[in-house]
Ligand binder design. Structure first.
Ligand code: ADP
Ligand code: ADP
Length: 228
């Protein structure tokens, strides 16, 4: 599904944030990138949707080079969830969720039904929440909207950069459970960045441990736990 071949990223100041990365992420896999701050996780994630250009190597999605995609084609088909809740404050929840479907020119009814379905999926009553503004929601509710917004136009791939780390422990656990249940129902490929090993072990089908821009270890939670 997503394949990194000898991928490297060097920023202007000569530091290699990512060095010769070779990875294969399978379709439908929950793939976790973990490692200390500065190990290259976010750089790796953002290269997948070309928010950051590669210095070297190639990333393929379904055998097509990402550089051959139109930026919009790529971005609209890859959901992206950030740690910092990035809902537009002046827009209602419905308008926030509908951004990509509207860019894709879905018709009104289809968008409306999709918003209803997504709010129900994360346990928020559509009749109450649809017309609210982000500031009328709790942090955990806003983050839930951030997650379903990324799913709105039914992308095959969802990238998540520490989406739950700003939340209190109870809300975080609840959202982890939600995302696991969601992943099992929709069977999407998820690439999830965290620095929390407990979270990685709970969520990941496979975990990739990064250090200094390289892969230090990779495997299923069982394999990682049974390695010295
Ligand atoms: P992580 O997500 O694991 O914290 P990052 O991918 O954000 O790591 O960063 C990897 C390395 O690249 C770090 O040393 C960081 O300082 C550096 N880096 C990240 N973004 C930039 C940038 N825009 N310019 C220069 N260096 C950067
Ligand atoms: P994240 O939470 O995504 O890991 P960071 O706190 O690492 O974000 O970085 C925030 C922003 O600053 C990012 O856009 C990153 O590219 C940029 N950045 C990180 N490290 C550096 C650096 N050493 N020099 C310049 N920009 C950086």
């Amino acid at each position: 599904m997503i394949r990194f071949e000898d991928v490297a990223k060097q920023y202007q100041d000569d530091t290699y944030a990512v060095k010769l990365l070779n990875l294969e992420i399978k379709k439908g896999e929950f793939f976790v990138l973990i490692g200390p701050s500065g190990s290259g996780k976010t750089t790796t994630l953002k290269m997948i949707n070309r928010l950051i250009p590669l210095t070297d190597g190639t990333i393929y999605i379904e055998d097509k080079r990402i550089s051959d995609y139109e930026i919009n084609e790529l971005r609209w088909n890859i959901g992206y969830v950030l740690q910092q809740i990035a809902l537009f404050p002046h827009m209602t929840i419905e308008e926030n969720i509908a951004i990509v479907p509207e860019l894709k020119k879905w018709d009104r009814d289809k968008v409306k039904n999709r918003v209803t379905e997504l709010l129900e999926m994360v346990g928020l009553d559509p009749e109450i929440y649809r017309k609210r503004k982000p500031k009328e929601l709790s942090g955990g509710e806003q983050q839930r909207i951030g997650v379903v917004r990324a799913l709105a136009a039914d992308p095959e791939i969802i990238l998540m950069d520490e989406p739950f780390s700003a939340l209190d422990p109870i809300t975080r656990e609840k959202l982890q459970d939600d995302i696991l249940a969601l992943q099992r129902t929709i069977n999407k490929t998820i690439v999830f960045v965290t620095h929390d090993m407990k979270e990685a072990l709970k969520l990941g089908d496979r975990i990739c441990v990064m250090k200094n821009g390289r892969v230090e270890q990779i495997g299923t939670p069982e394999q990682l736990l049974n390695q010295p």
